[in-house]
Ligand binder design. Structure first.
Ligand code: IMP
Ligand code: MG
Length: 186
């Protein structure tokens, strides 16, 4: 990346797509809904690193049901803007999910390849249930037959950053979801 503002990353953002206030409101709403859904189910909430870090942290603290938290790190081969569909588990979770209710918490569903693969891997471990909760969904980009069970926001086909989402591992610490200035892409 060249042409970025080295002192303030907010200046690299063309426009805000989901504001801090919208995130706060929607995540509180989702947390309340999931608390109902998972009450008495003793779920395992699985954070998909690194993109889901803030969403996971905020959402899980809005869930009042008894739950265990775990973490996985997955990398998809391909470049920043397009996944290849080949996925590698870089860090597996530590908890056994056999017979348990599992909720995967992810930043975004784009082509769907990453989550489709992950779902297949985790289903082989025979959980009692396995659902996917994504902060963002870009259905117009889908290349597989999969959809999140729970979605925060449906967004248009734009490359977004912030609130965990990155470009070359930067911008994850922006408190909102935004779109990069077009001149910074290449
Ligand atoms: P998929 O396999 O194409 O669904 O892509 C999933 C992964 O690609 C996500 O977990 C993100 O890490 C990344 N990704 C997809 N779209 C975006 C975006 O707009 N901004 C940042 N990362 C993205
Ligand atoms: Mg990711």
């Amino acid at each position: 990346m060249t042409g970025f503002d080295k002192d303030n990353m907010n200046n690299d953002i063309d426009h805000v797509l989901v504001s801090e206030e919208q995130l706060r409101e929607r995540i509180a709403e989702m947390g309340a809904m999931l608390s109902e859904e998972y009450k008495d189910k003793n779920p395992i909430l699985v954070c998909i690193l690194r993109g889901a870090v803030h969403f996971f942290s905020d959402l899980s603290r809005h869930m009042t049901c008894r739950a265990q938290l775990d973490f996985m790190s997955i990398s998809s081969y391909g470049d920043e803007l397009k996944t290849s569909g080949i996925v590698r588990i870089a860090k597996d979770m530590d908890t056994s999910i056999t017979g348990r209710h599992v909720l995967i918490i992810e930043d975004i569903m784009d082509s769907g390849h990453t989550l489709k693969h992950l779902k297949k891997v985790l289903m082989a471990r025979e959980p009692a249930s396995l659902k996917i909760c994504c902060l963002l969904d870009k259905p117009s980009r889908r290349e597989c037959d999969i959809a999140p069970d729970y979605t925060g926001f449906v967004i248009p086909n734009e490359f977004v950053l912030g609130y965990g989402l990155d470009c070359e591992n930067y911008y994850r610490n922006l408190p909102y979801v935004g779109v990069l200035k077009p001149e910074l892409y290449k």
